[in-house]
Design a protein around this ligand. Structure first.
Ligand code: MSP
Length: 571
């Protein structure tokens, strides 16, 4: 028996409120989970929170609560937010403070240790306490700390650093260089998009350093204890990445692993595509099948949407103004893993009005309104059978009809191929192309006039429109989980046929002569621009805004740090 499809989001830090980045990653993962489930695949979706580390420890202290209490509050906020956004299809919301996760993280550590990939070393250098990482000399300049005393500060951000020396556990990342390169050579499409795979290959060829994987417990007590050494806690990334194994039930059972896809943002690619496969190789565990790496959401002025939201509405505000499915549609139809993507009230409004209210909504209305479909049944006629069988001589609209049927019959294949790589934009482009084609068939054939002149042609056109719309509505189920069911209900399609497979999505599956749905109503309201309140203007920036740097893996910053002790264990 094949294992369930296993898909994951990153686990989210608990030091902020959920923002558009978190909503998008979870939405995309939710969409793929639903897509698989509508295909009949048993899909397991994992999401959750990344809870350990210095920042959480300090934030909790500053708020007068324990780290556990702090994490409980924020994890709850994430869950509530996902519920508000209808993102409720995950199977588990994992938290790194969960008991089974702590055991899994300690277990993988012990295996890596047993296999000789962990050693102890003295680390010495300038330490960025805020980001919990050592900083190389080249990334430092002279500056002052909060008390005004002279000290080294980071070049980016002027963060004061302190000279720090401590004994840490190291992971022999360098031992995996060749194996990782070989893995990426043998699996050329494991990272989507492919240019990201090239970036990782280049990094592997030039940039590998062993990785510090523990911190002294005296400094960071809010972490998972290193097995057999109560003085150390695990560095957050070995703890965090292992969540994917915990979610799979590892080590007790292994019914989900390997993951079919890890969905991640571009800023955490090295952690996922270098460290994680190395940890897994070191522990003798199979590697994930795919990494899908998306870009960032930026405001209409191309600046990353800041926490202050001075340059954009919050996703919650947008959802309230435009509706959940309109926002979801915008994100899934605009984002491509190749680049960053803009989002703003105006952009969502324009897209929603054009695609959803005008094209899709009007089309549905035309398919079911009694003025155009007086009998309120799916038309029945021999000439429809001729079209389904692709026979000739079906009247004046033969070319348009046959083109449309051909495209409708190709649609599932196209959508399925793009969803293989989570390319929702391509899927929605293909679906919308058919919507526009159905609309233009109606425009050309004017079935509202055919009622009087030709029952045969009226039946033919209306069956085609309704049938094509059924296929469109079915394929839209994972993308518009609230509105696609409305389409199908208005057409009268029984829930037993809300499935994504070749049989159901072949033109002609819809029975002739059955009643259409009794449910009526407008699918998407047009959004009037003037009713949308303008976004508050951003306070004047102090200096020219620069693009936010992608998160640097912490080990990279630690390049120049001297590793003084000899490895305790040899390879
Ligand atoms: N905790 C780590 C992940 C550990 S996974 C084992 C983390 N958390 S995060 O909360 O900072 O980010 C989670 C995800 O949100 C990342 O994939 C990140 O790229 C994504 N986004 C954060 N801001 C974003 C945008 N503005 N746009 C799109 N996604 C971005 O990193």
């Amino acid at each position: 028996m094949s294992k369930p499809y296993y898909i994951t989001t990153p686990i989210y830090y608990v030091n902020g409120v959920p923002h558009i980045g978190h909503i998008y990653t979870t939405t995309l993962t939710d969409c793929q989970t639903l897509y698989q489930r509508f295909k009949g695949v048993d899909a397991f979706m994992l999401t959750g929170c990344d809870e350990h580390g210095m920042k959480v420890q300090t934030t909790a202290e500053n708020n007068g609560v324990t780290p556990q209490q702090w994490c409980d509050q924020v994890a709850e906020k994430f869950k509530q937010c996902f519920t508000e956004f209808g993102l409720t299809n995950y199977n588990r919301f994992i938290r790194t403070s969960d008991e089974d996760h702590i055991k899994a993280a300690q277990n993988i550590w012990s295996i890596l240790d047993k296999n000789g990939y962990i050693y102890k070393a003295r680390y010495e250098g300038w330490y960025n306490v805020s980001d919990e990482c050592f900083v190389t000399d080249t990334n430092l300049k002279d500056g002052v700390n909060k008390k005004g005393e002279a000290c080294k500060v980071t070049i980016d951000g002027d963060v004061p650093c302190v000279w720090h020396s401590e004994e840490n556990y190291m992971f022999k990342l360098t031992a995996f260089k060749d194996k990782l390169l070989e893995f990426y050579e043998q699996n050329p499409s494991v990272i989507v998009p492919s240019f990201r795979q090239q970036e990782i290959i280049q990094f592997l060829q030039t940039g590998l350093q062993d990785l510090s994987i523990s911190r002294s417990k005296a400094k960071i007590h809010w972490g998972i204890e290193v097995p057999n050494d109560a003085d150390h806690t695990m560095y957050v990334w070995i703890d965090a990445l292992t969540n994917y194994l915990t979610g799979a039930g590892w080590p007790a059972e292994n019914k989900l692993w390997p993951a079919d896809v890890h969905v991640i943002g571009k800023d955490i690619i090295r952690f996922h595509c270098v460290y994680w496969p190395a940890f897994l190789m070191g522990a003798g565990i199979e590697l994930p099948k795919k990494f899908f790496v998306h870009g960032w959401w930026v405001a209409a002025d191309n600046r990353k949407i800041g926490k202050s939201l001075g340059n954009a509405s919050s996703p919650q505000e947008m959802a309230q103004k435009f509706g959940l499915d309109a926002l979801r549609y915008y994100m899934l139809s605009e984002a491509t893993p190749e680049s960053d993507c803009q989002i703003s009230d105006d952009l969502v409004v324009v897209k929603s009005n054009a695609d959803l209210a005008n094209a899709l909504g009007n089309l549905l209305n035309r398919c079911v309104m009694s003025k155009i479909l007086p009998d309120q049944i799916v038309p029945k006629h021999e000439i429809i059978d001729k079209l389904i069988k692709n026979e000739a001589e079906i009247g004046p609209f033969e070319t348009q009809l046959k083109d449309l049927v051909a495209n409708v019959n190709k649609l599932f294949g196209l959508v399925d191929a793009s969803m293989e790589n989570l390319r929702t934009k391509d899927s929605l482009l293909a679906i919308m192309a058919v919507v526009y084609q159905i609309n233009s068939l109606l425009q050309v054939s004017e079935p509202w006039k055919l009622i009087k002149s030709s029952t045969e042609q009226h039946s033919l056109i209306m069956y085609t429109a309704i049938e094509a719309m059924r296929i469109v509505g079915t394929l839209l189920l994972p993308f518009l989980p609230i509105k696609a069911p409305v389409i199908l209900r208005q057409l009268g399609i029984p829930e037993s046929d809300w499935k994504i497979n070749a049989k159901i999505l072949t033109f002609g599956y819809l029975q002739q002569g059955v009643p259409i749905g009794t449910e009526k109503g407008i699918l998407f309201q047009r959004i009037e621009m003037e009713k949308v309140e303008p976004v508050k203007p951003e306070p004047k920036p102090k200096k020219e805004p620069k693009e936010k740097k992608e998160k640097k893996p912490k080990a990279e910053n630690a390049e120049a740090v001297q590793v003084k002790a000899e490895p305790e264990k040899q390879e």
